[in-house]
Design a protein around this ligand. Structure first.
Ligand code: NAP
Ligand code: MG
Length: 404
């Protein structure tokens, strides 16, 4: 074995739960520590440790991410009532992703991992489409009400001086429902900034779409903020990079998207991003082939897989059964973080290793060696293997390049 690649600055490692946690360790053992002198600040975000530390560990991990700027996170259980019982929890702790997102104030970018033998359901798509989802407000922070009788619903705002402005929403003749949503200009601005910067860095066009013709104040505000920032700060940078910013109505965006070749970033409002990222993931193949990175306005990056802890497979694993769980998205979370560390620290060997490891995983699948979930989607010859065998097959390809 040749000398291991040295790291200079650690990355923040957030360990997690169940099958994702098992694969986490396997990836480190088989594909990372034999090649890299892996330096991490380790935070155990498994549910038991979050409970033991009253969830302080999650906050510490997010704060460390602000300090070190690069993190890799394993999938974690977001507890519900059944998990509270299963793990005998002190309380129903909040979603770690939600806590981390609130501290870093980020935008989540999700991109499918493309392999030749899995054809997207949309025949024209040649390159991945990245969804950038705004993660604040709208329907997720809405206040809503059911009205039981006839009556008037009004929108009322009291400004800092006590001045009240009001608008009639509807005069109800009978029962109905009412909802009020909000968003904050600062949050929309940081969303726009992160999207423009990410597009420049990835050298890909940026699309943004809302329904501003109908929502003349709310959605229009998003459109205006993007447009103003683009005109003032980004137009020339985009021109120099040879990329475009493109705004259109959301229904037009959907129609264009399914006829496009892919290869761009689509910025979406919170709800649109929630729905569209599932559409993109399924149309490209599966959540197990989807990367996800949280990018903060301050330039911090947290890489993860888009799928969860894969509980059903973990139950089988606990019964001593081999599982054919797909480790690719978790592997790409690691390579994303290592490449970023390499870029920030000027370590070309680390960057090259990340790319070589990704290529080895893609080659393995394209040669027909894959986990069960992909076999259902892939064309051509295929051999279904379990997770350990898959990682060994990737390692065999990596070794060709990296052993002396
Ligand atoms: P999930 O873990 O994503 O799994 C749902 C199903 O999708 C699995 O049962 C499996 O289908 C398939 N699947 C997902 N990832 C796969 C992979 N890598 N390889 C093969 N198949 C894969 O979602 P869930 O079961 O709804 O959630 C389980 C736990 O994860 C929950 O406690 C939830 O809170 C947590 N979660 C965490 C995150 C996160 O930390 N980012 C995100 C989502 C969910 P089959 O069973 O058909 O094989
Ligand atoms: Mg969703």
């Amino acid at each position: 074995m040749v000398k291991k690649i040295q790291m200079t600055v650690p990355l923040v490692e957030m360990d997690g739960d169940e099958m994702a946690g098992v694969i986490w360790q396997q990836i480190k053992d088989v594909l990372l520590t034999p090649y890299i002198d892996l330096k991490t600040m380790y935070y155990d975000l498994s549910l038991k440790n979050r409970d033991d530390t009253d969830d302080r560990i999650t906050i510490e991990a997010a704060e460390a991410t602000r300090k070190y700027r690069v993190a890799v996170k394993c999938a974690t259980i977001t507890p519900n009532a059944q998990r509270v019982e299963e793990y005998n929890l002190k309380q129903m702790w909040k979603s770690p992703n939600g806590t981390i997102r609130a501290i870093l104030d980020g935008t989540v970018f999700r991109r499918p991992i493309i392999v030749k033998n899995i054809k997207p359901l949309v025949g024209t798509w040649e390159r991945p489409i990245t969804i950038a989802r705004h993660a604040y407000g709208d329907v997720y922070k809405a206040v809503e009400m059911k009205t039981a009788t006839k009556g008037r619903a009004e929108l009322l705002f009291t400004d800092a001086s006590g001045q009240v402005s009001r608008q009639v929403i509807h005069d109800f003749a009978g029962p109905g429902t009412v909802m009020a949503m909000h968003n904050i200009d600062d949050s929309i601005k940081s969303f726009a900034r992160v999207c423009f910067n990410y597009a420049l860095e990835q050298k890909q066009d940026l699309w943004f779409a809302t329904k501003d013709t109908i929502s003349k104040k709310y959605d229009h505000n998003f459109k205006d903020i993007f447009e103003e920032m683009y005109n003032q700060e980004y137009q020339q940078k985009f021109a120099r990079t040879g990329i475009e910013y493109f705004y259109t109505l959301i229904d037009d965006a959907v129609a264009r998207l399914v006829r496009s070749k892919g290869g761009f970033i689509w910025a979406c409002k919170n709800y649109d991003g929630d729905v569209m990222s599932d559409m993109i993931a399924s149309a490209f193949g599966s959540l197990a082939m989807m990367t996800s990175v949280l990018v903060s306005p301050a330039g911090c990056y947290e890489y993860e897989a888009a799928h969860g802890t894969v509980t059903r497979h973990y139950r089988q694993y606990l019964r001593g059964k081999e599982t054919s769980t797909n480790p690719v998205a978790i592997l790409f979370a690691w390579t994303g973080a290592l490449r970023r560390r390499g870029e920030l620290d000027g370590l070309s060997s680390l960057r090259q290793f990340a790319t070589a490891l990704e290529q080895a995983a893609v080659d393995t699948i394209e040669e027909g060696i894959m986990t069960k979930d992909l076999a259902a989607l892939a064309g051509g010859k295929k051999r279904i293997v379990n997770t350990g065998q898959f990682l060994e097959a990737v390692n065999a390809r990596l070794q060709v390049q990296y052993s002396g």
